[in-house]
Ligand binder design. Sequence first.
Ligand code: FAD
Length: 321
Amino acid sequence: MKNIIIIGSGTAGLAAANYLSSKNFNVTVLDKGKYPGGRISTRRGKDFIFNHGAQFFTAKSNEFKKICNRAVNDNVLVNWVDSKKNKFIGNPDMREFSLWLSKNLSIYQDTVVERLEYNDQFTVYTDNKKFICDGLIITAPSSQTASLIKNLDQNICKLIEKVEYFPCWCVMLSIKDFSLKKFNIDEKSIFSWIVSENNKIKNQLNYNCLTIHTNEKFSLENLDKTKEFTLDKIVQEFTKIYQVKMQDIIYKNIHRWRYAKVKKPFPQEESKISKKIPFGIAGDWCPPSQDKHYNGNGQRVEDAYLSGIECSKSLIKHYFN
Ligand SMILES: Cc1cc2nc3c(=O)[nH]c(=O)nc-3n(C[C@H](O)[C@H](O)[C@H](O)COP(=O)(O)OP(=O)(O)OC[C@H]3O[C@@H](n4cnc5c(N)ncnc54)[C@H](O)[C@@H]3O)c2cc1C
């Protein structure tokens, strides 16, 4: 049985891991985060839930529809009834979907991959352990992937340099005595999206939990500012527009996504499999090239899922048939 290591337990990594496991590979997933899911991410506390990465997703391709329908049957995904489009949300929160995709997989979380070497087999050096494998799939965002493979494949590295992302600052606020649940965003504001988590699924939250994303312009301009400074600036702006009293804010926190939305994806026509050694790249920035029903632009959970499947199929075809 061949051993495959997948770097990243985001949607692309989990899709690849499940596919390869179903084809009788011995798969191990390594991820530096605390929980599986990557940019599908939830912060849970006694009085709050914030889905501070992807808030929902849609399914257009048959392949992704199939997995979403299975997740709906298992009650870890539900339709967001409030929305007109067919949007899926995690039940009770987004992390649940990733946990569901992770079951039966061998995953090491809190494990940072620092270096890769190839000499008939791959050696994967992490911050606490060394792994050996026959094949590898890397699903980290583009620049993190490039730095890991720079000594393995210069051709892919050069193509990765063209990939660009928009960042996003995300603020999480719990507010008492504030009932607004739907927000119309003024184009001139610094916000791109504000959602009340209480408006998604019936829950027992005592306070109004808001997840606030700032727009591309604000996020870029403030990318390298400190968290304290940026949180303060966003909260000031929010309280001013929506007339919230500072003393009613029970909880506040901020997260910076350096790689939020893909601006320029990896060229669709280029191979995501190395022509030299058995590894491939996947992730939302590597939208699939072969799906007849769906042409993604690399910005969504569905792109990540499909790219993980496509990369696994190509890896088998090129190296393990
Ligand atoms: C704020 C925000 C809002 C969004 N909203 C939506 C939405 O509404 N709908 C939608 O469809 N999409 C949305 N997206 C996009 C969606 O979240 C992503 O497209 C998708 O989750 C990407 O999955 P991925 O597997 O490609 O990457 P990721 O989820 O980023 O997974 C990559 C994984 O690699 C790991 N990693 C990186 N480097 C290393 C290393 N050296 N060692 C070990 N592990 C490593 C990371 O920890 C991470 O878990 C949003 C994204 C953000 C940030």
